[in-house]
Design a protein around this ligand. Sequence first.
Ligand code: UDP
Ligand code: MG
Length: 345
Amino acid sequence: MPKSCILYVIVPCYNEEAVLPVSAPVFLRKLQEMTEKKLISDDSRILFVNDGSSDRSWEMICSLAKQDRHYTGISQSRNRGHQNAVLAGLMEAKDRCDITISIDCDGQDDPDAMEEMVKRYTEGYEIVYGVRNRRDTDSFFKRFTAESFYRMLAHMGVEVIFNHADYRLLSNRVLNELAGFREVNIYLRGMIPLIGFRSTEVVYERRERLAGKSHYTLREMLGLAFDGITSLSIRPIRMIATLGVLVSFLSIVLIVWSVLQFFAGNTVPGWTSLCAIVCMIGGIQLISLGVIGEYIGKIYLEAKARPRYIISDRTEMPPLADRTGGEPGDGVNADGCEAVDADAP
Ligand code: UDP
Ligand code: MG
């Protein structure tokens, strides 16, 4: 283990012009503090990932990069979503650092927990999960939906850390293994535990957003929940098969029962109940087809294997040669902010 390791703090940003000027100096201060304590090397960086923002976020990142060499940034060619933005940052940092810590841009995750995470790394842990100790600052609705979601995932056989979002430390070894996960439907919270290695948790306090507002609407949260399950578990398909067996059994019971009624001379008067059953079975079939369709859709996307992110711009970045002896000067350009060739991982 290197004495003082290079840390890259990965910060996904989507339309965060309101919060960037507030949170960026907080991250930098934390980085400097850890450097002074010799926990990390002075070559550590804060890597902003602009996720196709339509506001001035990228311009701000560029001007931050010019102010202090510890700020760097990459920009995605369009909005691809939080998970892809984090992955793009991790892969960009992979060959330049010993460890990464991914953290949201809005200051909701306590930056002080980073120090604790790095200490855990020096103790030999390769993955350190940031776990929220309470969710008081979230609305009741958000708290309830998030907690139900974790429970449902666990129920579906997806291994997730309770109350852990995307605030986590990953070692270089873990990043290299993560690079081998080629799926297009990314749900990092479910993927990282699959990598293995020694892992631990650091508890932190979840705060209010420093500025701006959340990008996750109910629809997006449901979408993430659905993706999380269908990307990592086939249990819903098995549940459908079980349901099919149960419904078939029920219909056999009903047939036997109605034949018995016929011979007993009791014709069944209620055709509405019959209609209800037909509707119920029809409904179950449609839902089942929908779930199976969701999996086929995922297979379709995976089969196409499109790039998971496309980087259109970079600020000045330390050369890859620093760590790997690979191509130096990758993505570096004169004024630090001009477009370089699109990068397909
Ligand atoms: N984010 C992103 N792309 C998106 C949506 C969000 O990179 O399409 C970033 C956002 O800038 C923030 C983080 O993901 O740094 C978490 O988003 P947000 O704070 O809106 O979510 P919440 O904390 O409310 O779950
Ligand atoms: Mg947030």
